[in-house]
Structures are given as structure tokens and as C-alpha cells.
Design a protein around this ligand. Structure first.
Ligand SMILES: NC(=O)c1ccc[n+]([C@@H]2O[C@H](COP(=O)([O-])OP(=O)(O)OC[C@H]3O[C@@H](n4cnc5c(N)ncnc54)[C@H](OP(=O)(O)O)[C@@H]3O)[C@@H](O)[C@H]2O)c1
Length: 339
């Protein structure tokens, strides 16, 4: 099968690099366009980018030249599908313009997540929400599909199989890695040997997005903290249920949880419980197959009628680029004939 031509908007940043890695040897998608700041136009990717991923830069991208983000340049690339790793303020301006021009945008930015007909899609939890692209005018027109904020993605995946027990209250604290703040991100002077107990807008996003994705409306109490770790967000979670499950029920629900479609980026087991009490640790966030797409849970316990556990999500793969690519795979599965 001929691969579908795609482009990456913001290809030089943390998430842009994760896209470059996730799309290496992809069976459905090829990368034909990579966009970043005007000053990089015409320069080779390998010469311009400070590579941050914990694996080598894929050969296919090294000689590809960076373009500006002008609509003209994007149109000339011949790509219909665009993966967006743009800062939110730029995405708020450019993504609606590109949608108007008929592009299919799979975005990591928070800018359009609150628009009614723009889904926040995680294929294992709310695949049906992809249909709302039809309310944006597809197939005649373009659309935007977003994936959730990185911390929300991990939480939503761990909670999705527990929805049937009636989730009444969620208390969650996050320990978020510095790659989540982009590159160059925060100064080492601020974060080394330190913790920052505030991440702008993050707590509000987790409340809104968890409800929109899971279709539930519990009380949600969130605290987000930036920690001096490179990759992987850890979260501690306490849940109050209407019908409190046993610990065995929770483990069984995670074990049986799976997507009802098969794709290159979809793990066979989206949530894996680790019995070792010292896990999950951020150091394992790239493990699993496909790499970085598994959410790990651990330290399950019951106290005062509440269920507590720890989870780990790879913020730049499952919580960003890998999630977007998986969303595009679901789109091809459901609407591929329209391309
Ligand atoms: N990092 C994460 O874990 C994570 C997780 C989920 C979602 N997100 C979201 O994903 C998006 C990207 O995040 P990131 O962490 O990858 O950010 P980043 O490292 O700061 O990268 C931003 C990218 O956008 C480009 N860009 C910025 N301003 C531009 C301009 N005026 N014109 C053209 N290109 C411009 C940059 O190009 P230059 O290099 O040329 O400046 C770079 O490629 C954000 O909306 C973020 O909230 C991030």
C-alpha cells in the first residue's frame, strides 16, 4: 500500500522529535514536510536540531529540509494529514486556518480541546468521539482531532476500565518530568535539585479533559508538580467509588482492558500492573511494545474505603506524539477510503 504523506508542525521541539521517532518505518504514514520557525527554513534537520530523544535520530529525517509554517509551503508539500506539535498560542491561530484549508490535523496543543466538535481522542477509551469530525464538516472539509494533555492521558487510560464501578471522586497528584515543558524549557538553575509545585493551566486541563474523555463528572482534586526527571510523568491516585471494587477486581479490569481495534501504535495491553512495590519508575517509561505507549500502574491498595495506586505515563509518546499517530491510525481505519 502507498503510504499517506504527512507533515509535522513544530518538528524541532520535544514533541516534534517524538513524532520523528514514532513515524520511523511507519506502515501507513511517510513524513514529507517538517515545519518550524522561519529562521530554520531550508536547513537540514540533522544540522538544526538538538536531538533529545533517548534513541538515535532516524536516518530518514536527517537530510530532510525544514520549511516555514506558511500555508503555501504546507500546501506545496502535498500532505493532507498534519501532526501538530505547536505551542498553544500559535496552534490557536494556525490550526483553525489549516482546517479551513481542508487539512486533517492531529494536534497535541491544548488550544482547541474545548471546542464542542473537536474530540479529545484516546482510541482505547472513547473511539466513538472520532465521529465528531463529521460535525466539523468532514469529508467535505478539514478537521482537528486533539489528544489529551499528557498527565490526563495516563489518568484516563487507568480509569477507563474502572468506570463501571462508578467513580465519584478522584484525588490525583502528579510528578511531571521536564520534557513536558518543551525544549529548551526551564532553566537547570530552576529545576536541578528542586521541585516546582505549579504548572500553569495543568490542573484545570486535567479536570476538564478527564470528564470530556470519560463522559463522567466526578469531584476531581488535582495537584501538579514539576520534578527534575527527563521523561515520564508519575501520578498518585485515590478514588472513591459508588460500588467499591476489590483490589482483585481492579487488577482484573486493567488486565482485560484493550482497544477494540488493532494498529501499529496500539499496545496489546494499554495498562500493565506491576506487582513490584518499588515500581513503576520513570526510568521504564519507554518500555513496552510499542515503546512508550503503555501506562504502568502499581502499589494498589485500599484505605478508608478508597482505592489508591500509582501510575506512570510516557509524556512525549503516549501523552503526545504516539497518541496523535494512534489517533490518525484510527482515522485511516474508519475513514481511510476518503483520502
Ligand atoms: N512536551 C510534552 O510532554 C507535551 C505533552 C503533551 C502535549 N504537549 C503540547 O505539544 C505542543 C508542543 O510542545 P513541545 O514540548 O514540543 O514544545 P517545544 O519543545 O517548545 O517545541 C515547539 C515547536 O514549535 C515551533 N515553533 C514555536 N514557535 C514558532 C513560531 N513562531 N513559528 C514557527 N514554529 C514555531 C518550534 O520551532 P523552533 O525550534 O524553530 O523554535 C518547535 O518546533 C505544546 O502545545 C504542548 O503543550 C507537550
Amino acid at each position: 500500500m502507498n503510504r499517506v504523506k504527512t507533515g509535522i508542525l513544530g518538528a524541532t521541539g520535544s514533541v516534534g522529535q517524538a513524532f520523528v521517532w514514532v513515524l520511523r518505518e511507519h506502515p501507513l504514514f511517510s513524513v514529507e514536510y517538517i515545519g518550524a520557525s522561519d529562521s530554520r527554513e531550508g536547513k537540514m534537520y540533522s544540522e538544526e536540531v538538538h536531538w533529545l530523544m533517548p534513541c538515535s535520530m532516524p536516518g530518514y529525517i536527517k537530510d530532510l529540509k525544514l520549511s516555514s509554517l506558511s500555508i503555501e509551503a504546507i500546501k506545496n508539500s502535498g500532505c493532507k494529514i498534519l501532526f501538530s506539535a505547536l505551542p498553544s498560542d500559535l496552534a490557536a491561530k494556525l490550526e483553525p486556518e489549516l482546517r479551513k484549508e481542508g487539512f486533517y490535523i492531529f494536534s497535541n496543543a491544548g488550544a482547541m480541546r474545548r471546542e464542542e466538535n473537536v474530540p479529545i481522542l484516546i482510541p482505547e477509551t472513547n473511539a466513538e468521539s472520532l465521529q465528531s469530525i463529521e460535525n466539523q464538516g468532514f469529508p467535505g472539509k478539514g478537521f482537528v482531532v486533539t489528544n489529551a494533555n499528557c498527565s490526563t492521558t495516563g489518568l484516563a487510560l487507568a480509569l477507563a476500565p474502572l468506570r463501571s464501578f462508578g467513580i465519584e471522586e478522584i484525588t490525583v497528584s502528579t510528578y511531571q518530568s521536564i520534557s513536558g515543558a518543551g525544549y529548551p524549557g526551564m532553566s537547570a538553575m530552576d529545576i536541578q535539585g528542586n521541585l516546582i509545585p505549579h504548572i500553569s493551566g495543568e490542573e484545570e486541563k486535567m479536570v476538564y479533559e478527564t470528564c470530556k474523555i470519560l463522559g463522567i463528572d466526578p469531584v476531581i482534586l488535582v495537584s501538579c508538580v514539576r520534578v527534575p526527571v527527563k521523561f515520564g510523568h508519575l501520578e498518585t491516585v485515590w478514588l472513591k467509588f459508588t460500588d467499591t471494587p476489590s483490589l482483585a477486581d481492579v487488577k482484573e479490569a486493567w488486565k482485560n482492558f484493550k482497544a477494540d481495534f488493532v494498529s501499529h501504535s496500539t499496545p496489546k495491553k494499554p495498562v500493565i500492573y506491576i506487582e513490584d512495590e518499588t515500581q513503576p519508575q520513570p526510568a521504564i517509561s519507554f518500555e513496552g511494545n510499542p515503546g512508550g505507549m503503555t501506562v504502568y500502574t502499581g502499589r494498589l491498595r485500599k484505605e478508608n474505603g478508597k482505592i489508591g495506586f500509582v501510575l506512570l505515563v510516557n509524556n512525549i509518546i503516549r501523552g503526545a506524539a504516539g497518541g496523535s499517530v494512534q489517533n490518525a491510525e484510527l482515522f485511516i481505519e474508519k475513514y481511510g477510503g476518503s483520502l
